[in-house]
Design a protein around this ligand. Structure first.
Ligand SMILES: [Zn+2]
Length: 50
C-alpha cells in the first residue's frame, strides 16, 4: 500500500514513494504527476498554495 498525495496543479493523485516530480516550497514538499505540472507550480506557486 503506498501513500498518495494530490498534485496541486491538476488534482491528480501521485504516489509519494515514486513521484514523477517533487518541489519544496516554504518547508513543504509538493508532489506532481509530471515535470510539466512542477514547472507550472514553480512559475506561480502562490496560485496553487492556499
Ligand atoms: Zn499534474
Amino acid at each position: 500500500m503506498s501513500k498518495k498525495a494530490t498534485d496541486p496543479v491538476c488534482g491528480m493523485e501521485v504516489d509519494v514513494e515514486d513521484p514523477p516530480a517533487t518541489y519544496e516550497y516554504e518547508g513543504k514538499t509538493y508532489y506532481f504527476c509530471a515535470p510539466g505540472c512542477k514547472k507550472q507550480f514553480e512559475e506561480n506557486p502562490e496560485e496553487y498554495v492556499e
